[in-house]
Design a binder for this molecule. Structure first.
Ligand code: EPU
Length: 438
């Protein structure tokens, strides 16, 4: 089993280049099913979630051609599949974004069938708002036995007004994709405003769709008959950038985080400044330098433009390094988001969780331990803690991390961190670091 081994305490210096946004990529790749023609996608992140989706599209009959490490051409002209067969179920059940295949197949063929999605386990992850939206567009939805089946009356969706009862990134994206080729006008109210929502709208528009208002809380879509091919470059990953910024804050040093859109990072930058971290913005980079001492802070996660929930675990790792009492309150997910707390405690962190808040007594030096990546961002948090800790940290279950971070080890090593990926057999009951020393 592969693990990361980290010898902590080395300040980070240099430059890190941020990859394309995971949560834009996992929406745009399924949306390519709607397009008859070649979509050239640039700045795609090389992560396992995008590989999985491209694999599913290839199985469905798409021609997928890798031009270079970050550019792929996807041609779904000949795709005819509106029901994913059993061979694909292990993949669709592995990732969250597989439910966008339903919106895309429904938009393109008027019918769709797939499994319920997977993804990070935050407890209950309902999809009622997806169902509500697609039903409003005229789809007959059946969610039972672990499957989602959808059929548009008359073979084509019809535009309608949909009010989301809960701000949902996934529901906003799924309805947008499906409505792009629906008959007439769709208005989606109370939508999510994350940067990747705007990126998906820009992608659809560059393929001939008519989507307006993305980035505000109402999106209006005039359905077009079909989408055509084109070229689209994805935005950089807000959360990957924030993760490296958080690492500098926790570990110390000075790093230029490049290929970013500084505006997307404002919520993170301003919180770090409050904690006495210098953040200087350039056109497409931010310079992050930790000053002394790090200050405690209170943070509450919210939908964009609020502080992102996907930065919650990483920022709690930073709060552990700031002397004094800090509070991290989760405003998007349930208690399932706090699974990283047990791992940070193994490293000596003083964190108490009550309801939706983690109370952190920071400033005590963390110490290396054997820890798990409980989910993608929980994994990033233990890596940050390991980089800041004294001694050796081993991170297990790194497959979660590799779903969303391109070349995390290589990027941290280039900044001077002592981190490597080792492939060691699991010995029953082995929980010590002896095998590293030996
Ligand atoms: N919700 C409902 N009903 C729904 C959909 C969502 O009640 O039909 C609730 C959820 O339970 C949650 C809240 O609404 O409390 C927000 O959920 P949302 O739908 O926005 O989340 P998602 O689309 O499932 C995406 C990202 C997550 C990120 C959230 C919030 C993808 C593939 N995933 O999930 O990213 O945490 O938005 O920003 O885009 C990650 O990248 O690590 C990750 C988990």
């Amino acid at each position: 089993m592969e693990k990361y081994v980290i010898h902590g305490g080395k300040p980070l210096h240099g430059e890190v280049e941020i990859s394309g946004a995971k949560n834009a990529a996992v929406a745009i790749i399924p949306a390519a099913i709607m397009v008859r023609g070649v979509c050239r996608l640039e700045n795609l992140p090389q992560i396992s979630d995008t590989d999985t989706l491209l694999h599913i599209l290839t199985y469905m009959g798409a021609r997928v051609n890798a031009i270079n490490r970050t550019t792929v051409e996807v041609d779904c002209t000949d795709v005819q599949m509106d029901c994913l067969p059993e061979e694909m179920w292990s993949l669709t059940r592995k990732i969250r974004a597989s439910y966008y295949l339903v919106g895309a197949m429904l938009g393109r063929f008027g019918r769709a069938c797939s499994t319920m999605p997977g993804g990070c386990n935050f407890g209950v992850r309902p999809i009622d708002q997806h169902i509500k939206g697609l039903t409003a567009l005229g789809a007959d939805m059946d969610v039972s036995g672990g499957f989602i089946r959808a059929e548009a009356g008359g073979g084509r969706l019809r535009g309608n007004t949909v009010y989301l009862d809960k701000v949902s990134v996934g529901a906003t994206i799924n309805i947008m994709i499906a409505a792009a080729t629906a008959e007439g006008r769709t208005v989606i109210e109370n939508v999510a405003r994350e940067p990747h929502i705007v990126d998906l709208a820009n992608f659809l528009n560059s393929m001939g769709a008519d989507v307006r208002g993305a980035g505000t809380n109402v999106i209006k879509i005039r359905g077009v008959r079909q989408l055509h091919g084109g070229t689209y470059a994805l935005i950089p990953d807000q959360i990957e950038a924030g993760t490296y910024m958080a690492a500098v804050a926790a570990v110390g040093g000075a790093v230029r985080v490049s290929n970013v859109i500084p505006k997307h990072l404002e919520c993170i930058s301003s919180k770090l400044r409050e904690m006495n971290v210098e953040v200087e913005e350039g056109d497409d980079y931010v310079l992050v330098r930790r000053a002394e001492p790090l200050r405690a802070a209170d943070i509450k996660t919210m939908p964009y433009p609020g502080f992102p929930t996907d930065m919650h675990p990483q920022m709690t790792a930073v709060l552990c390094c700031a002397p004094g009492r800090s509070v991290m309150t989760e405003g998007v997910w349930s208690s399932g988001r706090f699974k990283y707390v047990g791992e940070l405690r193994k490293m000596g962190a003083d964190i108490q969780v009550e309801e939706q808040s983690a109370f952190v007594q920071g400033g005590r030096r963390l110490t290396g331990a054997v820890v798990r990546a409980c989910d993608l961002r929980a994994g990033a948090a233990v890596v940050i803690a390991g980089l800041a800790a004294e001694g050796t940290t081993v991170v297990e279950d790194i497959n979660y991390i590799e779903r969303g971070y391109q070349n995390l080890v290589g990027k941290f090593r280039a900044l001077g961190a002592d981190i490597c990926c080792v492939d060691e057999p699991d010995l029953p009951g082995e929980r010590t670091l002896g095998w590293i020393a030996g």
